[in-house]
Design a protein around this ligand. Structure first.
Ligand SMILES: Cc1ncc(C[n+]2csc(CCOP(=O)(O)OP(=O)(O)O)c2C)c(N)n1
Length: 550
């Protein structure tokens, strides 16, 4: 039986268990759009390709399976590159399909032509172009395998328009077989010996493609060994922050006491992450290439092991497989470090208690307290980049897996599309997006996508009228010389209503709780604008203090 290239693409997605795709349509891949129509795969039409790609990233982040996004050539692809870059830096499995010019026009700079194999090499793990529709099952299966194996990441497949309408005989696509790296028994035994010799151990969790099982497993391991466990930058959902082993977030603005513990640890177990610039406090917490701490580095990709830090024990294993193997280790009877673990958790609890006062009539500390008491453990929090995110990262005590969708790449504008994606994936869970006024306006148009698909997310726009992070750095480096960091904003609550959603404006702390309750009760996508004094630029320092270095 002959099928078109478009039909074969959709068939291959279905064979691989795909349930949803995000897209912005284009004339370059009409044949795929047509095949999607009766496929049973839900197609979310978005308003800008950057947002569409960020939604696919968020699906990949929350499921460990490639999120799928489809965009048109040229401008569609370059818009989508914002999401591609996030997936690359954050090690997220994702596949971006791009419509391409017809095969017989290539290399003439035809309309919107880009050669993706040249343009996106650094943004993707693999960029392929499918020249022959008969090879679609081969390419798509390979895309799934590459996106998920080793260090996960995005794959780009470019689809020449005329290839998609070719009618060909091709094998039926079969699901890809995930390839998961397993630790060797001797490596687990060596880790056991290193733990037995350690006095000041610390485990730092990071990376992607964890699961409920491995998160529960690492918790059980930490309990058995009374080990302190920290989470890498924006990987906080990997460990229950209220657990007595939790030591804190090794990310931007790390608790100095925790940073000291990382430096002074005699055994550091880095599980799943790369310990790149943000978690390592700009590469200052471990010497490069030879850390003073004994280092055990576990990563699913052999090329990440020894890339920056030479470890004493390198284990190539995916999180699930590594954590399962830890069962083989016998716990010490009375670990010498248990009092230190307790002290580290106490230090975290105090660090994550919001300040009682900050400038202005809106106290973000009190708002965070309310959120902690009034949102379920399973609520999913999303954000982009900006100082507002500190309130969430420092004062929200993440307690469950899959409750966070936030870019380690520090990309603004991620929170809203990520919230739309998360709510589509988990309609029964509360989804709360934190955004700054700068951040929201980068992909705020995806609020229309939330409306279209009836996804009642709650968006908190923390509006201080400035690109606050940059103003903070500016006041520190060039005191009093404000340049390009003031903003003029719309009325965000009115904007929400104009879209057909629920809008609230909060100008005092007391107004927040009823506004949140009304947003929740509305059953609609909602925006709560919180007007924050720009002086409240960090939880502990004002803009004036930063300017005056006081
Ligand atoms: C896409 C993108 N552009 C620019 C930046 C640089 N940047 C980081 S934070 C920031 C300001 C964020 O402003 P806002 O969302 O209003 O939050 P605030 O810092 O004021 O809380 C900027 C411009 C970035 N990280 N990502």
């Amino acid at each position: 039986m002959k099928r078109t290239g478009g039909e074969l693409i959709v068939e291959a997605l279905k064979a691989n268990g795909v349930e949803r795709v995000s897209c912005v349509p284009g004339e370059s891949y009409l044949a795929v759009l047509d095949a999607l129509k009766d496929s049973g795969i839900e197609t979310l039409v978005c308003r800008q390709e950057g947002g569409a790609a960020m939604m696919a990233d968020s699906w990949g982040r929350l499921t460990g399976k490639p999120g799928i996004c489809m965009v048109t050539r040229g401008p569609g692809a370059t818009n989508a590159s914002a999401g591609l870059h996030i997936a690359r830096q954050d090690s997220i499995p994702m596949i971006l399909f791009i419509g391409q010019v017809a095969r017989d026009m290539r290399e003439r700079e035809a309309f919107q032509e880009v050669e993706y194999r040249r343009a996106f090499t650094e943004f993707a793990k693999w960029v392929g172009e499918i020249d022959d529709a008969r090879r679609i099952p081969e390419f798509v299966t390979r895309a799934f395998a590459i996106a998920t194996s080793g260090r996960p990441g995005p794959v780009v497949l470019s689809l020449p328009e005329d290839m998609l309408i070719d009618e060909v005989e091709a094998p039926l696509a079969k699901p890809y077989t995930p390839v998961e790296a397993h630790p060797g028994p001797s490596q687990i035994a060596a880790l056991g010996e290193m733990l037995a010799a350690a006095k000041r151990p610390l485990v730092v969790l990071g990376g992607t493609r964890w699961s409920e099982t491995s998160v529960a497993g690492i918790r059980a391991f930490a309990e058995k060994f009374k080990l302190p466990v920290g989470c890498s930058f924006r990987r906080q959902m990997l460990f229950d922050h209220t657990h007595p082993s939790y030591a804190g977030d090794v990310g931007i603005g790390v608790n100095p006491a925790l940073a000291r513990e990382v430096k002074e640890a005699d055994l550091l177990v880095l599980l799943g992450g790369r310990f790149s610039e943000m978690p390592s406090s700009s590469y200052t917490l471990m010497d490069i290439p030879y850390p003073t701490q004994k280092l055990v580095h576990i990563h699913a990709d052999p090329s990440e092991l020894g890339r920056i830090y030479r470890s004493d024990l390198a284990i190539c294993a995916a999180p699930d497989e590594f954590v399962a193997a830890l069962d083989a280790l016998e716990a010490p009877t009375a670990p010498v470090w248990s009092a230190r673990t307790e002290a580290m958790h106490a230090a975290y609890m105090s660090w994550s208690t919001p300040p009682k006062t900050s400038p202005g009539p809106v106290q973000m500390g009190a708002i965070m307290d309310w959120i902690e008491e009034n949102t379920p453990k399973t609520a999913i929090f999303t954000n982009g980049a900006g100082n507002y995110a500190t309130w969430l990262h420092r004062f929200h005590r993440f307690q469950a897996f899959n409750t966070q969708s936030a870019p380690t790449s520090g990309s603004m504008g991620y929170g809203l599309p990520a919230a739309v994606a998360a709510k589509h994936l988990f309609p029964e869970r509360e989804v709360i997006c934190f955004a700054g006024d700068g951040c929201f306006m980068m992909h705020g148009q995806e609020f229309a996508t939330a409306i279209r698909y009836n996804l009642p997310i709650i968006t908190l726009v923390i509006n201080n009228g400035i690109y606050g992070t940059i103003r903070m750095h500016q006041e520190r480096e060039y005191p009093g010389r404000v340049s390009a960091t003031d903003l003029t904003n719309p009325d965000f609550a009115a904007l929400a209503r104009a879209y057909g959603g629920h809008g609230e404006t909060v100008e005092t702390t007391e107004e927040f709780a009823p506004a949140f309750e009304r947003a929740r009760a509305s059953g609609k996508p909602a925006i709560i604008e919180i007007k924050l004094d720009p002086e409240a630029i960090t939880p502990t320092r004002t803009l004036t203090q930063i300017r005056d270095k006081s």
